[in-house]
Design a binder for this molecule. Sequence first.
Ligand code: BES
Ligand code: MN
Ligand code: MN
Length: 454
Amino acid sequence: MNLTELIESRQDQHLSELYEFLRIPSVSAKSEHKPDIERAANWVADHLRSAGFKTVEVIPTNLHPLVYAESLEAPGKPTVLFYGHYDVQPAEPLDLWTSPAFEPEVRDGNIFGRGTADDKGQVHIHLKALECLHQFHGKFPINIKVLIEGEEEVGSVSLWDHVQANKEKLKADALLVSDTSMLGKGVPSITYGLRGMNYYQIELTGPVRDLHSGVYGGAVPNPLTILTELFAQLHDKKQRIAVPGFYDDVAKADREERKALNKLPWKKKDFERAVGAPGYLGEDGFTTVERIWIRPTLELNGIWGGYQGEGAKTVIPSKAFAKFSTRLVPNQNPAKIAKLVEKHIRKLLPKTVHCKFEVLSTGKPWVAPYHDRIFHIAQEALQKGFGKKAVFIREGGSIPFVTQMHDTFKVPCVLIGFGLPDENAHAPDEHLALENYYGGIKSIAHLYEDLANL
Ligand code: BES
Ligand code: MN
Ligand code: MN
């Protein structure tokens, strides 16, 4: 039996084990799930042990534990660090799931459940690839470090401290990550750029308490109205962000790169089917892929205040809230952008409300050239798993750790995603195509194997 045959003979076993992992509701944002987070961390640690790692640790942090494993028994061979996350986004709204979020099932060739695409399914691809490789050779043919965190969906705060305090331990020749997407079905992809992100929350306070809108309305500030007026001013008619200085440091997109990105087999029809809006908009002068991959944005993510219950309640709320974020591109500086955004918002707000402005997290963008040999090896490994040539793409999502690692160690970061853009990550009915799960295990096993011959 060769390596591919070994992997193929295990498909059912792999899938039922992934189900176990998916059943643990490891939602990092909610403290009620703390025990599930612990369970998921231990589940990963146990499965790293059974994959062949002798050194496996569950490392406590200020918030959620990190799982670390290493096998350094291939002298003279390269060392790779694999990074992923075992935490997931909240499953709400629960009533919009066809089958319950934490009761995985396969329908039409897709595994449905929270975490299938982002990121437990993709982490499991590596666990099983490594396990098969270990069994096939009786050992790992290269040196491997594994770091799986539980705070990715809430900003990777503990991870940063850990990296800074453990640089020697985490050092590697390359970083491997599977937490991104393929360009489309049947198009294996390697991602060489991600946007950075700052996340903000504001709280506006007008009256010291909620007021009867008949008794007071007409003579007092309404923080909800003021909040909506504020957000209405943050983009101009060309869908550019109206914060002075926001674009000052944005790297001018290279003409050759824009040409290459626009030539990719990206399908506008698939994009529009996934979105399903009656119409589309974006920054003037840029194509859709440019808008989502290489241009910065400012998005309102949540807005609340006042009465939202059944029927009517005539009230002027004391407070209004909003959560929003900016996606950043090279060479924007997250701290500088946060200052510009706060300054502009304070300037726009009238004196009739107080504003509490918080930056909940920041993260730098990442783009790197892909001429190192490892990218070629990754392309060949994907060819073995999918029978197709991989393309190089940028993406609009953010993975803070990738930038941190790249800045800290200056090593190639190889991002091989097996999710698809329309698989509902962060939304109800999240799923992962079985074909990409199985193809992923094959590709990744070959990748680790081929890296031994680097
Ligand atoms: N896996 C995603 C990031 C991603 C998605 C990269 C799609 C490329 C394509 C990750 O789990 C995620 O959701 N990241 C957050 C940022 C984090 C700081 C909360 C994001 O991008 O919103
Ligand atoms: Mn993810
Ligand atoms: Mn995510």
